[in-house]
Design a binder for this molecule. Sequence first.
Ligand code: C5P
Length: 234
Amino acid sequence: MADERLIVALDFHKFDDVKNLVGELGDSVIFYKVGMELFYSVGAGVVEWLKSQNKKIFLDLKLHDIPNTVAGGLCSLMKLGADILNVHAAGGFTMLKTAAEALREESAKLGIAKPKLIAITILTSINQAEWYGAQKISEQVVQFAKIAQDAGLEGVVASPQEAKLIRENCGEKFLIVTPGIRPAGSAVNDQSRISTPAAAIQNGANYLVVGRPIRAADNPKFAAEKILAEISEV
Ligand code: C5P
């Protein structure tokens, strides 16, 4: 049985690569992430195709603009039928609240299921040395998470290293989606605030986003199944 907690990032620019990986992973993986590389090169058709394969979709386009523009953009994206959409928490409380309300109103008006809206806190590629904020990264992440929750969003994207703090501060129902997942021994690439799949789940993550450790593996299906086995043992 597929475990929804694993979201595989489809960071490709060719549709054929998407079809090959999704076909290869088969029933093991049900949730996929479509990010800007794929969406900008292939377009909305990829979301439609994934839905036709009965897959769930996190459309990771990280909107960040003034409230009215983000709200309008999200309402357009919502019609594609993704399960999760996201915005940058740095856009501020008013932007987050306007976005959440617009999605609620538009989905009710159209009679379609409302996607979950989550906020990016601080990118998992940023480390403390590169960080420019006045407070520690973990403090800023928790502050962003609380703002997103107050604004009516369902969750956040954060590093697995901050999952525990967010869980403590935002409660059991708040969704925590963690990229920056690296199974023991795999390449770190451009990520910084990483953890293993098991540690992310132990610290309270609901969903793990995994890209290169699966996509770039010699045997992607084996790599995915190893991660699934690791999280099922937690
Ligand atoms: O290949 P890798 O496992 O590092 O992929 C992680 C994915 O998660 C990428 O698609 C990246 O855009 C996304 N992501 C991230 N950090 C965030 C939000 C999204 O790495 N804060």
